[in-house]
Design a protein around this ligand. Structure first.
Ligand SMILES: C[S@@+](CC[C@H](N)C(=O)[O-])C[C@H]1O[C@@H](n2cnc3c(N)ncnc32)[C@H](O)[C@@H]1O
Length: 258
């Protein structure tokens, strides 16, 4: 695992792909979910594994490993598994049958993948198996979003979640401590996010890129501003709330605890 999962140099990290996911522009159609997701991933990494270095990281459904720079200075290895080959994929494999030994990693990232897997419960059980005691998982997936099969020519977009359903499938995978759930925005951001997808499609039909980008910037700004001002009874986990995306986090108990 250490060879395939070797850490890139600082130079490589500085120009690592996926900036549009780590730091989306306000005119990006995914801004309303990816901006809060990036902020929450960074703060959860600090909170769940404070001061820990030498982390053995596993990125499931890694694609281009967009969040590697968030942990690069604390990781000793970064191993990417994906169902599809790619330039940054270390092993082709599925989340339901991870090509990793039990208790062999300290941190698992699994961002925007669970909606595409055949069997989410089995994937969570595998995540629990390969995590070492004291290790943490950070997993994000959709609450409400358009049908988006991955690969695009497949039917592989199977699941959507509520905050409670996502916590439940994690809980059922094994013994955990400190399960946490956060939404990436609430009802106005969710509606704005859906609108943004269609605005982007429309923008691509307009002459030049600027009008579409300006429209998206406006939708994203208004939705973000309004969403931040929603009262608590319109926010996750209140009944009647809604979110486009969730980040669930959990820590595997140290051996002998609990
Ligand atoms: C939307 S992309 C997310 C990529 C990356 N994690 C990110 O946040 O940008 C979904 C990825 O999950 C992969 N994938 C789909 N089903 C999978 C499975 N069952 N096991 C592992 N990876 C899977 C796809 O090939 C794709 O790279």
């Amino acid at each position: 695992m250490s060879v395939a999962g070797r850490m890139p140099s600082q130079l490589e990290v500085d120009s690592w792909p996926g900036r549009e996911r780590r730091s989306p522009d306000r005119s990006d159609r995914h801004y309303l979910t990816l901006k809060p997701l990036a902020e929450q991933l960074k703060s959860e990494l600090e909170r769940l594994l404070p001061g820990r270095g030498g982390l053995r990281v596993l990125d499931i459904g890694c694609g281009h490993k967009p969040y590697l720079p968030f942990v690069a200075d604390r990781a000793s290895s970064y191993f990417g598994v994906d169902a599809v080959e790619g330039p940054l994929v270390d092993a082709v494999g599925v989340a339901e049958e991870l090509p990793c030994e039990s208790a062999s990693v300290d941190l698992i990232l699994c961002t925007q993948v669970l909606e595409h897997v055949d069997d989410p419960a089995r994937a969570l059980a595998e995540i629990h198996r390969v995590l070492a005691p004291g290790g943490a998982v950070l997993l994000s997936t959709h609450g409400v979003y358009l049908y988006h099969p991955d690969p695009p020519d497949s039917d592989r977009d199977y699941w959507r979640w509520t905050h409670a359903g996502l916590v439940r499938v994690v809980e059922q995978a094994g013994a955990w401590e400190r399960i946490g759930i956060q939404a990436q925005g609430n009802v106005v951001a969710c509606l704005g996010y859906i609108v943004a997808q269609f605005v982007d499609e429309l923008g691509q039909k307009l002459p030049g890129r600027l009008p579409g980008r300006m429209l998206l910037r406006m939708v994203n700004s208004v939705a973000e501003w309004l969403d931040a001002r929603l009262p608590p009874n319109a926010r996750i986990p209140a009944p009647g709330s809604l979110s486009s995306n969730y980040l669930v986090t959990a820590v595997k108990p140290e051996a002998g605890s609990g």
